[in-house]
Design a protein around this ligand. Structure first.
Ligand code: AMP
Length: 248
């Protein structure tokens, strides 16, 4: 039997009571692996660069194998830049080439740069007007119910990139999503990415070192109803084959 297992951890109380988000991760695994993976996720919550969590929530539910969607991961392309400004300019260039307006790109970058606390999820923006489409304020839309088929073999020590690649691949398989922008809230991790034009563009500098604030934005095709997009991101079980993530 397959299970979805999801961990979220906070400090200073639960997320619901205003605690600071520390870490979140999830897997889709066979029942035989469940207790090992539960232990791994708890260890991550206890040893995070943002501090030790005092609230850990672990949710486990069964996955109907017949409803799982299997997809190939986006291929990865790496862009080495010399500064955060160059990183953001590269992002804008890539997004504009895939039909997202400069207005929407600038709004996305400004929204992330002006966050004062981390959201748990992502902002949805109209890819043309740059108008915010979700009504979740500082919570955001959390992409969930996903894993890579190769998690057990490739993830050790490379959580950031492969988990982000899994998330970005699931999001890009969603009808109506034209692109994604992300940089991490992990203070030690300045690499970010944009996914657009069926490629995961890894950008070497997207935020200043030691900044504890990160964020995510999805660019939505104009006039698309957002509810089915949110439902797909939050609830559809997707397994991603990352053997296709050949590094360009
Ligand atoms: P991370 O790359 O995990 O450091 O996350 C960077 C930012 O992306 C976080 O601060 C959140 O705003 C957002 N985020 C993290 N996980 C998710 C998720 N599963 N779905 C949507 N947004 C997320």
């Amino acid at each position: 039997m397959l299970y979805s297992i999801r961990m979220r951890a906070a400090k200073g109380g639960s997320h619901e009571t205003g605690g600071t988000h520390i870490s979140g991760a999830e897997r889709i695994v066979e029942d035989t692996e469940l207790s090992t993976i539960a232990s791994e996720l708890i260890t991550r919550a206890l040893h995070h660069a943002k501090g030790q969590a005092d609230y850990i929530n672990l949710t486990i539910d069964t996955v109907n194998k017949d409803n799982v969607i299997y997809i190939k991961s986006l291929p990865i392309e790496t862009h080495t830049v010399n500064s955060v400004e160059e990183g953001h300019a590269t992002v804008t260039d890539l997004l504009v080439k895939s039909g997202i307006t400069p207005t929407a790109c600038n709004r996305a970058i400004q929204l992330l740069l002006t966050l004062t606390t981390n959201m748990r999820g992502a902002i949805l923006l109209d890819a043309v007007t740059g108008k915010r489409l979700d009504c979740t304020n500082d919570r955001g839309i959390r992409v969930s119910h996903m894993d890579s088929i190769q998690s057990n073999t490739v993830l050790s020590g490379k959580h950031h990139m492969y988990e982000a690649l899994t998330l970005a691949s699931k999001a890009s398989s969603c009808n109506g999503i034209l692109g994604e922008l992300c940089w991490s809230d992990d203070p030690d991790y300045v690499i970010g990415y944009v996914s657009c034009n069926h490629t995961y563009h890894r950008i070497s500098k997207m935020k200043i070192p030691s900044s504890p604030i990160g964020g995510r934005v999805f660019f939505i095709q104009p006039h698309m109803p957002v509810e089915p997009i949110i439902d797909y991101l939050e609830n559809t079980d997707v397994l991603v084959d990352i053997n296709h993530a050949c590094i360009k």
